[in-house]
Design a protein around this ligand. Structure first.
Ligand SMILES: Nc1ncnc2c1ncn2[C@@H]1O[C@H](COP(=O)(O)OP(=O)(O)OP(=O)(O)O)[C@@H](O)[C@H]1O
Ligand SMILES: [Mg+2]
Length: 325
């Protein structure tokens, strides 16, 4: 990662870059366009606030889409707290990930290699493939076929500690977006880090043609103020489709099944109205949803009959109706 991590938000083309750096930047932009061009719909999940359930929402939506038969990928763009793989039950550390990269490349080459050709031509073919894919990062695939890429796979990366150095973070994020080899996808879900700072902004700038931003909030007011800032930032990026999901909005008593609106009712809906964005529904707080250790995936996969899993199906149907048809 990160040969071209220099610059801090303003590495536009030109400026003080050497011709070689400019060339690298242009090539990266080409790879970006090529990789993103194969993806039909891009949905960014974000919130001005941390800990409101962005990753939970992103992971569940991705798995639900995949289960519905859509080819889906999820990009965990949170470089400080990349916990999507954990939520999906597919943790992999750097060494294993590197092996996986090698295996994927080998698979690709073997699939295209004509072994009846003279040895020299075969070698040339392999060399060309190596050049073609030298920047590619192959996403990890879950049992259900969901493709996943996360900084978590690069942890312990002794040759890439640069991803944790301040200014170069934006370069690392950009590279993750531009070089991930998703192939053809119906949906890519991007889990954005919290806030309105450099990192979430870089993600939005790198994926300017996002079809939809899903804002996640909790019912409390402080969280809503932060989300409002975030909505304004997204609107400044000229993204018009914004939907709000209110997470941890109510609690269902496990004994009597009564719905308890601990923080009052209809906060999310009111809030969406005020901000003039689309309200997509609320989700209860539920022990089964939390990412307690030793869970092998999200609630949507583990228990499709659960209230929350059903809500995600409804939310996706609404998203399709509201934004994608
Ligand atoms: N509806 C829910 N019911 C119960 N637990 C939940 C629910 N939604 C999220 N959680 C739990 O709350 C915690 C925070 O959720 P999550 O990590 O998805 O938030 P986040 O917004 O992505 O956080 P961060 O800002 O750190 O990236 C997690 O432990 C998650 O399992
Ligand atoms: Mg998160």
């Amino acid at each position: 990662m990160a040969e071209h991590g220099q610059g801090h938000g303003h590495h536009g083309h030109g400026g003080q870059m050497t011709p070689e750096q400019q060339m690298q930047m242009i090539q990266q932009d080409i790879r970006l366009a090529k990789n993103l061009g194969q993806i039909k719909h891009k949905i960014v999940v974000m919130s001005g606030k941390g800990g409101v359930g962005k990753s939970t929402v992103a992971a569940n939506i991705a798995e639900t889409l995949q289960a519905m038969g859509y080819k889906t990928g999820i990009l965990d763009a949170d470089i400080h707290g990349p916990n999507v793989p954990k939520m999906l039950g597919i943790e992999m550390l750097e060494e294993e990930f590197n092996q996986y990269q090698f295996d994927k490349f080998k698979e690709l080459v073997e699939a295209g290699l004509d072994t009846s050709l003279p040895e020299e031509e075969q070698r040339e073919y392999i060399e060309n493939q190596r050049k073609e894919y030298q920047h590619s990062i192959f996403p990890v695939t879950t049992a259900s076929g969901l493709k996943v890429m996360s900084m978590a796979f690069l942890i312990d990366a002794l040759d890439r500690p640069i991803i944790w150095r301040g200014p170069q973070k934006t370069g690392a994020i950009k590279q993750l977006v531009s070089d991930c080899h998703w192939g053809k996808l119906d949906f890519l879900i991007i889990d954005n880090p919290p806030g309105t700072g450099d990192e979430p902004l870089t993600v939005l700038q790198t994926i300017p043609e996002a079809d939809l931003v899903l804002m996640v909030t909790t019912p409390n007011v402080v969280s809503q103020e932060d989300v409002l800032k975030c909505v304004k930032m997204v609107e400044m990026m000229n993204i018009k489709n914004i939907g709000l999901i209110e997470n941890m909005a109510y609690y269902i008593c496990p004994h009597c099944n009564e719905k308890l609106n601990i923080f009052g009712e209809g906060n999310g809906e009111k809030f969406a109205e005020e901000m003039e964005i689309t309200y997509l529904g609320d989700l209860p707080i539920e022990e089964k949803v939390s990412d307690a250790p030793n869970k092998e995936g999200t609630i949507s996969v583990l228990d499709p009959s659960d209230e929350v899993s059903k809500r995600f199906v409804e939310i996706i149907e609404d998203i399709k109706k509201e934004f994608l048809e």
